[in-house]
Design a protein around this ligand. Sequence first.
Ligand code: GDP
Length: 194
Amino acid sequence: MSALKVEFVKSATNIKDYPKPDKPEIAIVGRSNVGKSSLLNAIFKRSIAKVSAKPGKTRLINFFSFNDKIYFVDLPGYGFASVSKAEKEKWQKMIEEYLLNRENLKYVIMLVDSRHPPTSLDKLMKDWLESFGLNYIVVATKADKLNQSEKAKTTKIIREELNLDKDKPVFLTSAKEGTGIKELLSYIFESLEK
Ligand code: GDP
């Protein structure tokens, strides 16, 4: 890919603060600590999304512009254990408002940790995305932590546990080593052009 132009556009907590829906948009969700910021940084080829020492701290929807063509949106992570009930409700409201209303949203990238089977919250998230009728792709993170035979198994386990349709791709990625990211981006960009 030629030189990238990536800009942080803004953070928002509710719909009135979102940028104008004037470009196709890709949103990224996943439980806290799954590697969301790291994957975004790997996609952007720079450290622009925060890699959190304290998982679950960010409660903002962050918008990034990619080559002036696409918005990438970092949605707040879920499943952080020490979050209060009120915080969880706030998260749910924020995400729901975004997912249900964002007219330029083309894809949701749902992240799962390749080292563990999807959690019950991952399953809930997937059901949610499906019930909203959204296009989503499943991306497994931290694949550098797996050996060859684990790599072969993990995609199958993710497919089974999330009960994914056959035509749904699952990408195995490592932000640390940069693997799987080119394939993921090619898939998204090709789909956007269709
Ligand atoms: P977020 O909370 O989902 O945004 O997760 P972060 O991107 O902040 O990452 C959480 C932790 O996982 C950090 O310690 C990262 O260094 C680590 N991490 C993220 N991606 C990878 C990866 O591809 N490989 C490895 N080995 N560690 C990763």
